[in-house]
Design a protein around this ligand. Structure first.
Ligand SMILES: [Fe+2]
Length: 200
């Protein structure tokens, strides 16, 4: 299998350092064009049958979810562990079926600060497939990944907001670093492939 992602060792080292320091790192324009087109098709079809998901506690969120198809599964089963995670972490990973899906955030959708489950989400990959442009103000836009520290009384304190334009990939230690997404405004959307991995 020829590599599609082709992450050079120096870039892998920079990403690893960023993840160690902030928990997450964003790779801009990282989804290869042909794969991206196939993901856009599959994700667009999946939107039509997605189920809305909503909860107020213990974790508050609102979004819509749909299972991965052939294109998404091939990516998370084979290419992502070998071509993205192995170079960055110098470790072998396998994807977690029950925690990988297409996730659709649209107006009024959001995801409160949380940790991903450590057993099935040691490392998280988010492929941003189709999104509106992130606005100027991260505090008011749902098109950023918010990273939090534990504040006093375990209140999450915003540490950093990372813009998440389409075509990019976020990689991070989602089970160790609190993260979330502000409520999306009218006209905002972000459709992504959410994938979780455990080391083997
Ligand atoms: Fe998460």
């Amino acid at each position: 299998m020829t590599g599609l992602f082709d992450i050079h060792p120096e870039r892998a080292a920079r990403l690893n350092a960023a993840i160690e320091s902030d928990g997450f790192a964003y790779m801009a324009n990282a989804i290869p064009e042909h794969l991206w087109a196939n993901l856009r098709d599959e994700c667009g079809r999946a939107r039509k049958t997605a189920n809305s998901a909503q909860s107020d506690s213990p974790l508050a969120y609102r979004s819509s979810l749909s299972s991965l198809g052939e294109v998404g599964l091939d990516l998370v089963k084979f290419r992502a562990p070998e071509e993205i995670l192995a170079p960055i972490f110098d470790q072998k990973f396998e994807y977690c079926e029950d925690a990988s899906c297409y996730t659709f955030f649209e107006a009024d959708d959001f995801l409160s600060p949380h940790l991903d489950g450590a057993e099935n989400c040691e490392v998280t990959l988010l492929f941003y497939i189709s999104a509106t442009e992130p606005g100027e103000n991260p505090e008011e836009s749902g098109l950023y990944l918010s990273i939090y520290d534990d504040g006093p009384d375990e209140t999450p304190m915003l540490r950093k907001s990372i813009a998440t334009p389409e075509g990019g990939i976020m990689v991070g230690r989602g089970s160790k670093v609190l993260h979330g997404r502000n409520k999306l405004s009218e006209g905002e959307k972000i459709w992504m492939l959410t994938a979780c991995f455990r080391s083997v």
